[in-house]
Design a protein around this ligand. Structure first.
Ligand code: UTP
Length: 298
């Protein structure tokens, strides 16, 4: 079984759900507490054993490339000010030289198209895919769990989580087959099914290990929903010749591409930090109390 060494992180989308903020700022740079959303995906990938990250970027996304570069003026200023702790913390977040590639998706034609743009850099190897606006919270990191199942099964592995059964039409939903290790065999993948047609309430949460054969399928793929090249359509075609397995995530994924998920993530991560949990908890209690008073008075 070939080792998974590389990960693709697509960051070329327009982020229309987060307008107007995303008009001039990539949604992947929105901060959850004090780190941009994309930093969480990068940390998760390296922690899962990934050696090289391929970012698929687009117009107005240069700030992401700059973020993962050394900033000599900032380093100089922090050194002069004796802010060693801050300096070390910044250094620890920087990928080692040569561990990242940036390629361009010239126009946002969909997630499937963004993944296809990485084909030359990935080559003939299985690879991980992380959607950076999905931020993993708790557990060991979602990709590490996916990689563990992959080590047992090979093939293609996707992370899943349960959604409210009435909300299947918001997600890509999988059908559940036989249990395999900590996961199960995938029997179907359906994009945004109505609850009555959904094969389960397990949704695909944005972490994958895929075999390189996906690229040729993406390359000759018709446009699907939203007139975009859809990754799920290519995975359905790949599943006709290769096995797919699902790993239920033992933590929780926050969809930071949506306003609600972004606010939830900020609260969850702040409450998990020793330096912030008490004031944030007190503030939340106060907010809830005054909200309840307003509801009662209305
Ligand atoms: P989304 O579908 O959440 O991103 O894609 P979007 O299209 O930017 O967002 P909305 O729906 O308009 O708000 C998930 C990830 O895939 C990237 C996005 O940048 C995001 O990180 N993506 C999406 C691309 O790189 N290229 C695309 O053509 C589409």
């Amino acid at each position: 079984m070939k080792k998974v060494r590389k990960a693709v992180i697509p960051v070329a989308g327009l982020g229309t759900r987060f307008l107007p903020a995303t008009k001039s700022m990539p949604k992947e740079m929105l901060p959850v507490v004090d780190r941009p959303v994309v930093q969480y995906a990068v940390d998760e990938a390296f922690e899962a054993g990934i050696e090289h990250i391929v970012f698929v970027t687009g117009r107005n996304k240069a700030v992401i490339e700059d973020y993962f570069d050394l900033h000599p003026e900032l380093v100089g200023t922090l050194e002069q000010a004796g802010k060693q702790a801050q300096l070390l913390s910044l250094e620890s977040l920087l990928p080692v030289a040569g561990a990242t590639s940036f390629i361009r998706q010239q126009s946002p034609q969909g997630l499937g198209h963004a993944v296809w743009c990485a084909r030359e850099v990935i080559g003939d190897e299985p690879f991980a895919l992380l959607l950076p606006d999905m931020v993993s919270f708790g557990g060991r990191g979602c990709l590490a769990e996916v990689a563990d199942l992959y080590a047992e099964t090979g093939g293609n592995v996707i992370a899943v989580e349960r959604c409210d059964p009435t909300e299947t039409s918001k997600y890509g939903i999988v059908g559940c087959g036989a249990d395999v290790g900590s996961g199960f065999e995938v029997t179907a993948m359906v994009e945004k099914p109505a609850p009555a047609n959904a094969p389960s309430n397990y949704y695909i949460n944005g972490r994958y290990i895929l075999q390189p054969e996906i690229f040729s399928l993406l390359g000759n793929q018709q446009r699907g929903a939203g007139n975009e090249i859809q990754l799920t359509d290519a995975m359905v075609r790949l599943s006709q010749s290769q096995a797919f397995f699902a790993q239920p995530f033992n933590g929780r994924m926050f969809d930071c591409g949506s306003k609600e998920g972004f606010i939830q993530a900020n609260i969850a991560f702040a409450l998990a930090r020793d330096d912030m949990k008490e004031p944030i908890f007190d503030m939340l209690q106060e907010f809830v109390r005054s909200h309840e008073r307003r509801v009662e008075a209305a």
